[in-house]
Design a protein around this ligand. Structure first.
Ligand SMILES: [Zn+2]
Length: 197
């Protein structure tokens, strides 16, 4: 790859603290899950599978399935539409349905230096990967402490929802390098403009 080349997978973000929220973040600022290649990078980057897991069997139906799951998790996490409405109930039923499948089975196997490393029992099936994300959503939604720590980034038009595990619960941004930095730059500009007038 040429120096300076930026691929879509370079911009994938994994800073929400939960794999189901990392999946939600793939809509921002533009659709990330538009190709199998980027989805493979997302599956590995999110920690759903160990780093060297072969994903060559992923086909174009995979990104569509992940986008569909993402569309169901969104309303549940954000509580919009409100619980009890038809589309909320449908989303809940779908996530529960996907969570029924078994997630990929992990194995501990000796690595080159003898230390145990995590591998999967075989190439993970789509249903197993969707189940792992759906189960994470079920756990998050039913965990009162985690739910109480859900925050939406304060950045302009940033929809990213994360779990605030910071000391004192003072985290304001999805990422201090992205939205936090943008805010610092804006504040600096405002101050500079004030000085000039
Ligand atoms: Zn943000």
């Amino acid at each position: 790859m040429a120096l300076g080349t930026v691929t879509a997978s370079d911009e994938l973000r994994f800073d929400t603290g939960r794999v189901c929220l990392d999946l939600l973040a793939t809509t921002h600022p533009v659709e990330r899950l538009g190709s199998v290649e980027v989805l493979r990078a997302w599956i590995t980057g999110s920690g759903l599978v160990p780093a060297d897991t072969p994903l060559t069997h992923a086909d174009p139906s995979w990104p569509a399935a992940f986008r569909e799951l993402r569309g169901r998790i969104g309303p549940l996490v954000r509580g919009r539409p409100a619980p009890g409405t038809r589309s909320y109930d449908l989303a809940l039923a779908r996530v529960n349905e996907l969570a029924r499948a078994a997630p990929p089975a992990p194995r501990a196997v000796p690595g080159d230096d003898g230390a145990l490393v995590r591998r999967l029992d075989g190439p993970p099936e789509l249903a197993a990967l969707l189940a792992a994300v759906a189960r994470d959503a079920v756990e998050l939604l039913t965990d009162p402490a985690a739910r109480a720590s859900l925050r939406q980034c304060e950045g302009d038009n940033c929809p990213i929802v994360y779990v605030d595990t910071s000391r004192g619960r003072r985290r304001r941004w999805c990422s201090s390098e992205v939205c936090g930095n943008r805010e610092r730059v804006a504040r600096h500009r405002r101050r500079a403009a004030l000085t000039r007038t």
